[in-house]
Design a protein around this ligand. Structure first.
Ligand SMILES: *C/C=C(C)/C=C/C=C(C)/C=C/C1=C(C)CCCC1(C)C
Length: 250
């Protein structure tokens, strides 16, 4: 029994090589998502009114990611290849929830449910076509990447120029406007990390001389940590700032 346990433990320890930097980020990613979830869940009850829901969703986003990173870590150790299915299952749940966060903060200023559905449609379009480009139609990954980018552009349009932006501007609320702007920058700059990672899969693509294929996961892992935890912290700060101003229950 002891002997068996030793073998199991040794196998686990040996599986993460000292120079497996992509593997490191899967482990760090899991722990960071887990810790962030604990933080958001513990802080949630201290928030006021509608902000409880927003902070709760921040925690659910990082919790869903923590669960998938748990699996992706092991998958990477065992296979040293991309855990593409887990990755996209995670995204198809978490990205629409990030759209819900936008909707919730704009709801008090007249956001209609149609805006939420539109943004969810764009994100599902973006992720399903991206998945097809990484898997079934990998030979045509550039084309599928371009089709996917249309969904991304749709989201960018809504928040930077479209109705979401107009609602935020009409709020006349500097704290909300500032948080909304920060979230928009996350989507413009933070989310742009993903198409860059995607371009690493093309062996003779634009980035192949700069980024090796195996680094795609490194890039995705950094993107996830920045975007899921950072996004959640912006919502959290908005909730705290609004609580201090006591208009939160409006
Ligand atoms: C928490 C996970 C997030 C915020 C994931 C975001 C993912 C994207 C913005 C992915 C975008 C892609 C393109 C714009 C084109 C190439 C294919 C994708 C799916 C990587």
């Amino acid at each position: 029994m002891n002997h068996y346990l030793n073998l199991v433990l040794l196998a686990d320890v040996n599986a993460l090589k000292t120079d497996d930097y992509v593997g490191f980020t899967f482990f760090i990613g899991f722990m960071a998502m887990f810790a962030a979830s604990v933080f958001f869940f513990m802080e949630m009850p201290k928030m006021e009114g509608k902000w409880k829901t927003s902070v709760l969703i921040s925690g659910i986003i990082t919790m869903i990611a923590a669960a998938h990173y748990w699996y992706m870590r092991d998958y990477w150790l065992a296979n040293q290849t991309s855990p593409t299915a887990f990755r996209y299952i995670d995204w198809i749940l978490t990205v629409p929830l990030m759209c819900v966060e936008f909707y919730l903060i704009l709801k008090a200023f007249g956001a209609k449910i149609g805006l939420l559905w539109k943004m969810i449609f764009y994100s599902i379009w973006m992720l399903v076509t991206g998945y097809l480009g990484e898997t079934v139609f990998r030979d045509n990954s550039a084309l599928w990447g371009a089709i996917s980018t249309l969904g991304y552009v749709g989201i960018l349009y809504e928040i930077w120029l479209g109705s979401a932006r107009k609602l935020a501007a009409s709020s006349n609320d500097p704290i909300l406007m500032q948080a909304f702007n920060t979230l928009c920058w996350f989507v413009l700059v933070g989310w742009a990390i993903y198409p860059i990672g995607y371009m690493a899969i093309e062996t003779d693509g634009w980035l192949s001389s700069v980024i090796a294929v195996k680094n795609m996961d490194l890039i995705y892992n950094i993107g996830d940590a920045v975007n899921k935890i950072g996004f959640g912290l912006v919502i959290y700060s908005l909730a705290v700032a609004s609580k201090d101003k006591t208009y939160a229950t409006a």
